[in-house]
Design a binder for this molecule. Structure first.
Ligand code: 3UK
Length: 516
């Protein structure tokens, strides 16, 4: 069990401790353009900003501060400064628009926002609609104020359980939910997943694509490296086509990104020197075995899958090197317990699909939201995922519980059909959803992006259908295949199944009209 003193400010552990231990000259942050901050540099930046927050901007412990920026050094310095000053960070995705920002500002009662100079437009519009936001300070203004501030700042004396982070869920259904995490939670994910599964050292260099407003990115690109005094490479833009050149340029050892990005990088690996990589973490959606196999074949490295959630702060099921089972998410991270439960909450045995329930050092705490009682049941966090546990205790992802396709009485998990299709040499990306059908209620439909050199025709569609029938239970095969140029994805790399389902429903309606 993880134990922390009753009063801690986690920034003391993430930054100050390294300087105090004589490691102040080690690199904390690297960024394109030649920027390199040591831990001593970072500490000074954080302290100056914290002084501006408290002295110029009147920040009081517990105040909520919205941050809006791409992944860059100033974003990290501002993030840590808010926490060091006892505030609560409300980090937001750079692509959010005024409407979404105003919902967050109202819900989180944000009074102050710190914003990258290039992203102020939508925030200013949001401020006009949302009552609590009194002040927007651009990073430009923040830097010039910080330049004149003292480089010394004593962390505000917070309780270990004080909240320091509001993480908003993407909210594909309904309004976004605001999850709350405290100082000890930020340390706990480093000491649970970090120390037991990822096992980074001070000599590691991290890189990756998830936005810092997504807790996957916060952990992988800030907290895990800083907990052990390692360095991180911050990229403002990191689509697969830019991540590989950055890997070649910065020679990182640990990469964090989504399955779709690993798939997209595979064909281009030969054009770049990626050989510095030692560990590659995949999360956000299921890692199909075909992607695991292809990455291993190309690099010799075993992708480390892990399921995490904003509610849980970070990854709670994964497997360390040497224990990875291709196609499975893994084992509960030491410190967490996991089980598969049935309709009445009873634990199900190996091989039976049911709802995933977990508990451990972090967990779901929504800011006043009636959905709390649906996520935490009898002390267990019910994530909304359907899983199967095997006889050795490994957890195998099936689908989001509400994404199961019910077709002619069968329960079909879209991701299983996707995994199968992805093992076919013609397929680059795919998404499988239910399409309304008069006869069967719902039919399985696959949206498929082909690799270069393959023709999108009836022959290939029939070949793909036969391929699925031969690999998995025939009733799961996609009755309709649509070839598309790309799939709808979130900023965090997740397939937008609801968007695909809408397209499928429209397609079904228009084909009915055409038939009439
Ligand atoms: C799904 C996965 C299968 C799953 C996240 C790592 O994704 C993160 O948080 P979100 O709140 O979404 C949570 C949901 O995403 N999911 C995530 N990882 C996997 N499904 N295999 C996986 N490896 O439905 C889960 O309930 O956006 C991931 C760390 C921090 C995070 N916030």
């Amino acid at each position: 069990e993880l134990k922390y003193p009753g009063r801690i400010n986690c920034v003391a552990d993430f930054v100050d401790s390294h300087v105090a231990a004589g490691k102040g000259n080690r690199i904390a942050i690297l960024a394109p353009g030649g920027l390199a901050w040591t831990y001593a540099d970072l500490q000074v930046e954080v302290n100056r900003i914290a002084n501006v927050l408290v002295q110029d901007l009147g920040l009081i412990a517990g105040n909520r501060v919205l941050l809006r920026a791409p992944n860059n050094p100033m974003m990290v310095a501002a993030y840590l400064a808010v926490i060091k000053a006892g505030g609560i960070v409300v980090a937001t995705m750079p692509l959010l628009r005024a409407k979404e920002l105003s919902v967050i500002i109202d819900k989180a009662e944000v009074g102050l926002a710190l914003c990258d100079d290039r992203l102020t437009d939508e925030l200013a519009k949001a401020a006009a609609q949302a009552a609590p936001l009194e002040r927007i300070v651009t990073f430009g203004e923040l830097s010039s104020r910080a330049a004149g501030a003292s480089p010394v700042f004593t962390p505000v004396d917070t309780a270990a359980t004080d909240i320091c982070l509001f993480g908003f869920t993407s909210g594909t259904t309904g309004t976004p939910k605001c999850t709350m995490h405290g100082h000890r939670d930020l340390l706990a994910i480093c000491d649970a997943y970090g120390r037991n599964v990822l096992k980074p050292s001070a000599d590691d260099r991290f890189i990756g694509s998830p936005p810092l407003a997504f807790t996957f990115g916060l952990g992988g690109l800030v907290l895990f490296p800083f907990r052990v005094g390692a360095s991180t490479v911050l990229l403002e833009r990191a689509p697969p086509g830019e991540l590989l050149p950055a890997i070649a340029a910065f020679k990182p050892t640990i990469c964090f990104t989504a399955p779709t990005a690993y798939r997209a990088m595979i064909p281009a690996l030969g054009d770049h020197d990626w050989h510095s990589l030692r560990k590659c973490v995949s999360a956000g959606e299921a890692l199909p075995k075909a992607t695991f196999d292809a990455w291993k074949q190309a690099t010799g490295l075993e992708l480390m899958d892990g399921i995490g959630a904003t509610e849980m702060l970070h990854i709670f099921i994964s497997a360390p090197e040497g224990k990875i089972r291709p196609g499975a998410t893994g084992l509960p991270v030491p410190g967490y317990e996991a089980k598969v439960i049935g309709m009445d909450g009873e634990e199900l045995g190996p091989g039976q699909p049911g709802r995933l329930a977990v508990r451990g050092p972090t967990g779901c705490r929504y800011l006043s939201d009636e959905r709390q009682s649906r996520y935490v049941i009898d002390g267990w966090n019910v994530t909304g995922d359907t899983y199967v546990v095997d006889a050795d205790g490994y957890f195998w992802y099936q689908a989001r519980s509400d994404d199961m396709i019910v077709s002619a009485g069968y329960n079909i998990a879209g991701p299983e059909v996707e995994s199968c299709l992805l093992s076919h040499p013609a397929i680059a990306e795919c998404g499988v959803v239910g399409q309304p059908d008069e006869e069967r209620g719902t039919i399985v439909k696959a949206y498929v992006v082909l690799k270069p050199g393959f023709a999108a025709d009836k022959v290939l569609a029939e070949e793909l259908q036969a391929f699925v029938k031969a690999e998995i239970a025939p009733y799961k095969y996609p009755r309709v295949i649509a070839f598309v140029d790309q799939l709808p994805r979130t900023e965090t790399g997740k397939l937008q199944r609801f968007a695909l389902r809408e397209i499928a429903a429209r397609d079904a309606a228009s084909s009915r009209t055409a038939a009439e």
